[in-house]
Design a protein around this ligand. Structure first.
Ligand code: ACO
Length: 323
């Protein structure tokens, strides 16, 4: 059998930092409200002209360097994003050309905040099927571009960033299993109301593009779905909660993360938390947290990692990885 292993990780953040105190200056909010409700203290915001592809490229180069993989070795690039530079070509194609990996398959996956988990699962499936041996998987977003900075319900929550991993075929797992789910029936609780087919609204700010969210409802659904998917993941592998070394969750809200950790009976010192510094970077959040955990020396080779995410769609998913 063939499995996929993480050969290297990388990440990228815009230089510009926006603190809760900065937000207090232009929207009716407070550091205290944001920190107690979400755990967020600051977020990185892309500079004028800095795009999703820019962040993706930086994260990809770092992951390739860590893996010791050249562009010519890549069989495929799968990029999770809901804020692509262009509608087409895909951001994966833009990044492919910049890396000089022209010729390999390249495409985007849009699963909102679950984008990286979806992309990772697709890449893992190609490798297991024997259709690819070396795959670059990226989660990259500039979600702040679609924010209405006068809407305190949403503008305090999000940040920009990207993370990447290089997967290589290996005789040993690696990625033990991935689990993906969606429920399109909950669209109204978390969505952007404008696309191409629905039509840009010329008279409106940002052509009508924005994040619409019923936060407390999303919160409840997220906790429930994540509880179910982490249970499913352990059961599928015949593992106990105590077998896990690290939880690497989507970074939307510290209270959601704490609820999942409680479900897993894991103390918070076994949970990677970056939401305080990054806010919610959507598809960027899980690979950013993973890269930080690897580079800080927390996550070691041989350890068992549980990755999970929940986002608009709704979409949610998990991956169990022997790092
Ligand atoms: N500053 C101050 N007050 C605020 C702010 C703010 N930034 N935002 C909202 N409030 C107010 C509201 O207006 C409300 O006031 P009211 O009671 O007078 O109407 C009050 O705070 C409470 O609002 P709730 O929405 O009930 O607060 P809650 O405790 O649920 O926290 C939050 C809101 C942080 C959004 C939380 O519900 C949450 O994190 N939800 C999940 C978000 C998420 O995980 N999204 C998924 C990923 S996103 C993606 O896929 C793109």
């Amino acid at each position: 059998a063939v499995f996929s292993r993480i050969a290297g990780t990388g990440s990228a953040l815009p230089a510009k930092v926006l603190t809760n105190q900065d937000l207090e200056k232009f929207v009716e909010t407070s550091d205290e409200w944001i920190a107690t409700r979400t755990g967020i203290r600051q977020r990185h915001v892309a500079a004028e002209g800095e795009t999703t592809a820019d962040l993706a490229e930086r994260a990809a180069r770092a992951a390739m360097q860590a893996a010791g993989v050249e562009a010519s070795e890549l069989d495929m690039i799968v990029l999770g994003t809901t804020t692509p530079d262009l509608i087409f070509p895909s951001t994966a194609c833009l990044v492919q050309h910049r890396l000089g990996a022209n010729g390999c398959a390249a495409f985007d996956v849009n699963a909102a905040c679950s984008g990286f988990l979806y992309a990772l699962s697709v890449a893992d499936s190609f490798i297991r099927a024997g259709n690819a041996r070396t795959v670059l998987v990226i989660g990259a977003e500039t979600l702040t571009r679609m924010l209405d900075w006068s809407d305190r319900n949403t503008c305090v929550l999000f940040g920009d960033g990207a993370g990447a991993v290089v997967l290589k075929a290996d005789a040993e797992a690696g990625i033990l299993s991935t689990h993906l789910h969606a429920d399109g029936g909950k669209k109204e609780l978390l969505y952007n109301p404008v696309g191409v087919s629905v039509g840009f609204k010329p008279g409106e700010k940002n052509a009508g593009v924005r994040v619409l969210m019923t936060g407390n409802e999303v919160f409840k659904h997220a906790v429930r779905a994540l509880d179910a998917v982490v249970d499913e993941t352990l059961a599928a592998n015949g593992l106990a909660k105590s077998d896990l070394d690290w939880l690497i969750p989507h970074q939307a809200n510290l209270r959601i993360i704490e609820a999942t950790a409680k479900r897993l009976e894991m103390s918070m010192d076994r949970v990677i938390v970056t939401v305080d510094k990054h806010g919610n970077t959507s598809s960027g959040s899980v690979p950013l947290a993973l890269d930080e955990a690897v580079r800080s020396g927390k996550v070691q080779r041989g350890q068992l990692l549980l990755l999970e995410a929940f986002g608009g769609g709704f979409t949610w998913g998990s991956a169990l990885i022997r790092y």
